[in-house]
Ligand binder design. Sequence first.
Ligand SMILES: [Zn+2]
Length: 112
Amino acid sequence: MASAQAMQNVRAAALVERDLAILRRFIHVYCARHHHSPRGTLCAECSALLSYARGRLASCPYDPKPKCRHCQTHCYKPEMRARIRVVMRYSGMYYVKRGRLDWLLKYFLSGG
Ligand SMILES: [Zn+2]
């Protein structure tokens, strides 16, 4: 029988996966338009950014994990934080302009 703690861990892992999936999509959009990477690939700089973000998410000390943008702890180092903000802003607008607000809203309005 799964303990409450184990269930909590599963939920936390699912949230991390969801955050990562969004992040990956955003970074891909940004990279394709700014660095002209072929579809489905990332340049070295952007894949470094993605693995940095993955590392930060995986080592989040909070349980349950808050959404990163609501978090009190700024765990990104300033340079990475600046880069991720540029990516999020650009790609957020990209999806808004294409009317893809449906899944963005679903993500941003959901709990967790
Ligand atoms: Zn790139």
